[in-house]
Design a protein around this ligand. Sequence first.
Ligand SMILES: NC(=O)C1=CN([C@@H]2O[C@H](COP(=O)(O)OP(=O)(O)OC[C@H]3O[C@@H](n4cnc5c(N)ncnc54)[C@H](OP(=O)(O)O)[C@@H]3O)[C@@H](O)[C@H]2O)C=CC1
Ligand SMILES: O=CCCC(=O)O
Length: 344
Amino acid sequence: MVSLVRGANYAIMAASFCPSLPHHFKPTPIVKFPQSSFSFKVFSSQSSPADETPTRVGFLGLGIMGSPMAQNLIKAGCDVTVWNRTKSKCDPLIDLGAKYKPSPGEVAASCDVTFAMLADPESALIVACGEDGAARGMSPGKGYVDVSTVDGPTSKLINGQIKETGALFLEAPVSGSKKPAEDGQLIFLTAGDKSLYEKVAPYLDIMGKSRFYLGDVGNGAAMKLVVNMIMGSMMTSFAEGLLLGEKVGLDPSVVVEVISQGAISAPMFALKGPSMVQSKYPTAFPLKHQQKDMRLALGLAESVSQSTPMAAAANELYKVAKSHGLSDSDFSAVIEALKVKLKD
Ligand SMILES: NC(=O)C1=CN([C@@H]2O[C@H](COP(=O)(O)OP(=O)(O)OC[C@H]3O[C@@H](n4cnc5c(N)ncnc54)[C@H](OP(=O)(O)O)[C@@H]3O)[C@@H](O)[C@H]2O)C=CC1
Ligand SMILES: O=CCCC(=O)O
């Protein structure tokens, strides 16, 4: 079953699930509407599921996405313990009131639920299952929520290791980039233990604007990869159009404007177009991660013999862009890979 929850009042939610905030705001459980995949949260001053909600939250991985996500939890008054491979990235969060532990295992041991936002399958595996990994600190009653973008097999591996400890697992990759992370407007694509999904829903609602529950582990990863595969191909197609337009004498800013008013308008084009026209690529979503997602999506397609020629071509372009040193630029920098001079 797929469920989506929308529109939560940030302050009221935070007050209900984060102990340092006033107790008189208490939400009722999610109200689900039959015949619809939508459900909405409503609030009252009566009883609350808060008693069963974990209150000590761990956060592993404080990069572009993890930092603002953890920050939103802290600002909402949650009891947050952080860890990051590069310790200095913990400091601004510690200044905001977060606790610190020197390893993922120690974070997990000291928290009821631990979130992880890591770069790729390799880092997600190391942090969850490595020597000092989160699994070391897991035990019955705890939960591990991996919000990184990884492939299904990796997610299933982590699920297996976490479940062996008696703890629960939820995969919950996100749609939405740096700004939605800062604004608490992410979209969570979750799958795994339903009871953990329900327990952590208040936290997802602090960090995001909606959440889907998609069933078995692997479905969240698949949904995320399908979405990002489409996004990656859209971006390369947009880049080609901008450059072709420019070469035949069109003003690329006008191309962006025309696109924004028509049937192919997309927030991504409106957001990235103006800076791409100026050859500027301030990093929101690193190009190396987009290429990783194309690679993982192609692997997913391969696993079910689905033909994906557009995505395969786009992936090659991201690889070329990486080889030009653009890994840490925004993924819109893929346009640079098309600026090679061709002979007439
Ligand atoms: N940026 C975006 O717009 C979005 C990104 N995502 C996905 O979210 C995840 C994180 O993205 P983002 O925050 O942008 O990425 P960043 O590159 O900014 O952060 C990556 C994080 O992973 C950590 N890390 C990397 N390798 C290792 C390792 N070997 N061991 C331990 N930790 C490691 C980094 O630690 P350190 O600081 O030490 O390098 C850092 O905390 C990725 O899976 C990405 O695909 C999903 C939606 C949007
Ligand atoms: O994984 C990155 C997604 C970026 C976005 O959804 O805007």
